[in-house]
Design a protein around this ligand. Sequence first.
Ligand SMILES: Cc1ncc(COP(=O)(O)O)c(C=O)c1O
Length: 404
Amino acid sequence: MTQPPWARRRDSLVGSEIDASISLLQRRPRDTVRFSIGSPSAESIPTEIMRDLANKVIQTNGPELFDYAATEGSPELRAALLEFLSGTEERTTDDRLLITSGGMQGLDLAGKLFVDPGDVVVVEAPTYTNGTATMLSYGAHIVEAPVDGDGLVVDRLPDLARQAGRPPKAIYVIPSFQNPAGTTLSLARRKRLLELAHRWNCVIIDDDPYGWLRFGGSHVPSMRALSGGDPLVVSVRTFSKILAPGLRLGWVDADPRTIRAMIAAKQAMDTCTNLPAQRIAAEFVSGGFLGAHLRRLRVEYRARKLAMQSALSEHLAGVADWTDPDGGFFLWLTLPGVDTSELAEAALAEGVAFIPGRAFSLSGAFRNALRLCFAGTDPQRTALGVRRLTRAVRLVREHARGAS
Ligand SMILES: Cc1ncc(COP(=O)(O)O)c(C=O)c1O
């Protein structure tokens, strides 16, 4: 059969096992407890408020609501966000702000602007491989750096750069409650990362969707706050985890020159971000709902994390180890001797879904680990999911023993 005339980059478009799990589960008829995708829970979407705000937006606007919007974002959402940010450590200015179609578009624009084919891009291992996939789509040479209890092991970067034969052009880091490991980059490492970026003149892609969802431990300044507008820091943010992922809304805070170049790139990409979604989010933020919502989420997610840990302690103590994050959405489980890709299939058959560890690095490492999202399920359903997971673990271990 005739092959279409693919561009060379086609082979670098590796997709996302994480995203693919959404359609996989949609096709499944039976009840499945979803620890897989990093979505806020149905109960933590403020549906009533959103419905009222959506009605208000539709009723008080004419056809202009369905017109093209300014590429940099609707004036209403920009103003509301700037006002909200002014009360946080991430206060910023109009010329540093771009509204994007979710955090993923912020990552894509950063890759487009800073990564040429063959450029070294450092990513964490494990990491949110959608970010890695974005960098790969621009031809990045990916170098994986280890993560420990204090986040990315920044002191390993000079060695890795030496091995790669050139310094990185970009460092992709998830500083707070990392996806999937749940770790937070320590203050000392944040500072060292900034020093290295300056030594190498490379950008830090500061992907921080979970930073406002701290429910324990002590505050660490965000890379944006710490760097005070450093032109080498590109801060990618999203409404997906703090409001609703289906809105597909995020923002980038970066040097005005970067923002201008991103606007030009976005004009060749999707022209503007969905206007009705922006207007609803603007009402949510300017109406003062976001602060209260964040406070509620922190309380709820802490309870959900504890519920998951307690179910794990009841059923899998001595079999698995898990992390204890101070915020965010995820626990990272290690199951020595268990292939978690095999386990994922057995678990699906039992009615529980998670993302196996190999999905979080390009090299397919972490085969004995897996990611559980605790944010999306209430304590009762979490307990059910953990019981199902435990049955799957038992089956896979029996199978492995039988085979040896
Ligand atoms: C670390 C990280 N970055 C970016 C994103 C993508 O955000 P969005 O859904 O807004 O595109 C996610 C979503 O899971 C994430 O965990």
